[in-house]
Write a protein that binds this ligand. Sequence first.
Ligand code: COA
Length: 324
Amino acid sequence: MGEASAVDGTRFRAATEEDLPACAEIHRASIEDVLVARGQPVVTWQTAPLVELLSHLRTTDPERFVIAERDERIVGFASAWVRGDAWFLAMLFVLPADQGRGLGTRLLETVLPHSDDVAADGRPLRLGVATDSGQPVSNALYARHGMVPRMPAFILKGPVIHPDAFPRLPDGVTATSFAAIAAGPPDGPGHRRLVDVTGAIDREVIGYAHPDDHRYLRVTARRGHLYTDRDGVMLGYGYERGDGRMGPVAAVDGALVPAILGHLVASVAPPPRDFTLVVPGACGPAMTCALHAGMRIVEPPTLLCWDRPLADFSRYLPIGNALL
Ligand SMILES: CC(C)(COP(=O)(O)OP(=O)(O)OC[C@H]1O[C@@H](n2cnc3c(N)ncnc32)[C@H](O)[C@@H]1OP(=O)(O)O)[C@@H](O)C(=O)NCCC(=O)NCCS
């Protein structure tokens, strides 16, 4: 990012770990402001998991996590990541009182790749972001930079009253927990095998491997399952968490996604009251099954935006809005 610069008394610099609680507070205040303006109920976040996510983003991409600071107070921040040839804007938030004065644009331009930035293997970078569909400011800002809204992604939430709405895993398909594969020391052969298998599936389905995100999923208590056929051929993976959160899910053949979801629902023990899932519009059968199972659409969809396609979302259910 080079030297910190000053625009109207605002300085832009790389974030430190100590800045992250203040960033979490800006995230909360700016989203709350949007919800209140729309007359929507204000949801409360737990700060610790958000700071943990921000810390993961800063650890993998320190030069792409930037704050705007005025009078020694943080007034906005942006965080982006690069995995393979995908550049993705994970977060962009400006304090309500400071919005509409060019800070968001400046933060975005600071973390966007330069025209000559390429992936480690020389491929040009694809740009992407997930936005709030009811937020014209951010949608316009990103679309101006080529990241045009292309696909809705729905958050489904609620009890699974009819688990049979999800098909069973086909005969011959076996599920193996990641814990069984990666048993042993943290960087031992089991762990390396897990990195290899998830990497192979990810490269096929989303075009790049993201082992650091899989590590983040595991340390934040999501339990992964690998699906293979009788010959040991890898068919996909899926994650569930004890509180009912499901995803990400990746399947080499998209037809398997609903059955993986059914297996994940049955795997969460003890059964939670509610399950949660992010489903892109391209994964129609997963959405149909989840709704028949009893899950509900709880809020307007987010919009997946890109300049060139980011992933095959008919075969991939993302981690969330900040991590694909
Ligand atoms: C989105 C956000 C980061 C933008 O930051 P900001 O500092 O307010 O934005 P800027 O002032 O730099 O730029 C906004 C631009 O959008 C334009 N804009 C606003 N409404 C628009 C509309 N309906 N259509 C088209 N353009 C619009 C503005 O004209 C401005 O462009 P200009 O400077 O050329 O006039 C900030 O408003 C925010 O934090 N919002 C709440 C949280 C949020 O939605 N974050 C994004 C998560 S996806």
